[in-house]
Design a protein around this ligand. Structure first.
Ligand code: FAD
Length: 330
């Protein structure tokens, strides 16, 4: 089969933005092979997800939905997806390159003996290789960007959020095929006993956000992260942090960007009081546009930045936030 599948990334039917991006990518990859984009939904909440998935143009949707699936981690998804892939042999399967998506892809790959590639920051068709995907991703802690053609059949590819711009393709309601959601005892081995929600302040999570404003040691103390948050809120952005800021206890580790934090590919990344150490760059250098605010004109972050402001962040940030607010109001 020459179809390209997308594993829908969702939380009880609330579909993430990266799924919209993956469906867009699947349409273009499938066009190169004469196949179709197919969405695969596993978990509870299909009725809440249906309309949004349809807007991004899958030719069909395979649905394994039951409330029982809410009680487990990735085991059921791995089992159901591996079964479907083995039976139907798609051309490839796209996953969100998030912790959950990468875990499912790795476990499915290990079960079926398939190649898995994670953290793709760009994907195109390799005409010289029968229109297989040509994938860019960072290697050696971000020191190199490498290009690879995926030859595994099917291939399993994890694509970073915001690597692709989502484009709607409304074509009516695609046919929905219910698939077997029966689980083995092994798939139920790890169950969820408690879910704790962390307050995100209404901001997008750093690994999903299209815009990120990140703060570093230049902020001097934790209270000054409010300057970063104010700018982020004007831009509808997520808030990130350097490891120095996280290690100092100024911001939670879930916001850390870099080699030992999140790797992100937003449309816009604003680095505030961050020097641009190689380990930080490893997590954000594939951002489409990078803006740096730093008082040291020789800071390494400026070598990477598309736009740089050499200045004191305590002057620049309030002025920038006020100006954006003013322009939004007019
Ligand atoms: C194995 C390993 C893994 C690591 N993983 C990560 C990681 O995942 N993410 C990460 O970020 N780091 C990581 N690091 C740490 C990394 O090497 C740097 O130490 C860290 O990124 C520095 O953070 P920073 O830029 O906030 O601080 P600094 O390097 O101290 O930079 C602060 C910057 O703020 C500027 N500044 C100061 N005051 C002002 C002002 N008033 N206005 C404007 N600018 C100002 C300074 O000029 C300076 O450039 C890792 C290190 C190791 C060894």
């Amino acid at each position: 089969m020459s179809d390209v599948w997308v594993l829908v990334d969702h939380d009880r039917g609330a579909v993430s933005k990266v799924t919209q991006q993956l469906l867009t990518l699947a349409r273009s990859l499938a066009a190169g092979t004469g196949g179709s984009a197919i969405a695969v939904f596993v978990g509870p909440g299909w009725t809440g997800a249906e309309a949004l998935v349809a807007r991004f143009g899958p030719a069909a949707v395979l649905v394994a939905s039951s409330d029982e699936l809410a009680g487990y981690q990735t085991g059921p998804t791995v089992e159901i997806l591996a079964r479907l892939i083995a039976e139907r042999q798609p051309w490839g399967v796209l996953f969100a390159s998030t912790a959950g998506g990468k875990e499912v892809a790795a476990r499915v790959g290990a079960r079926l003996g398939l190649g898995v590639l994670a953290d793709a920051s760009a994907v195109s068709l390799d005409a010289g290789q029968g229109n297989r995907p040509l994938v860019e991703h960072a290697a050696f802690g971000g020191a190199q960007i490498v290009r690879k053609t995926l030859r595994s059949a099917p291939y399993l590819l994890c694509v970073k959020p915001n690597a692709v711009t989502a484009v709607e393709a409304p074509g009516g309601q695609p046919p929905v095929e219910p698939v077997d959601a029966q689980l083995s005892g092994a798939a139920r081995r790890v169950s969820i006993v408690e879910t704790v929600s962390t307050a995100a302040g209404g901001r997008p999570a750093v690994d999903q956000a299209a815009i990120i404003v990140s703060g570093g040691r230049g902020l001097k103390e934790p209270a000054n992260f409010s300057l970063v948050e104010s700018l982020a809120d004007e831009l509808g952005a997520g808030v990130g942090a350097s490891r120095a800021a996280v290690d100092a206890g100024w911001y939670p580790h879930s916001a850390q960007v870099g080699q030992t934090g999140k790797t992100v590919s937003p449309q816009l990344y604003v680095a505030v009081g961050i020097s641009g150490a190689i380990q930080h760059r490893a997590g954000m250098q594939t951002a489409k546009t990078i803006v740096a605010i730093n008082k040291d004109a020789d800071a390494p972050i400026f070598a990477l930045a598309d736009f740089g402001i050499v200045g004191d962040l305590f002057t620049v940030l309030p002025a920038l936030t006020a100006e954006i607010h003013r322009r939004k109001a007019t």
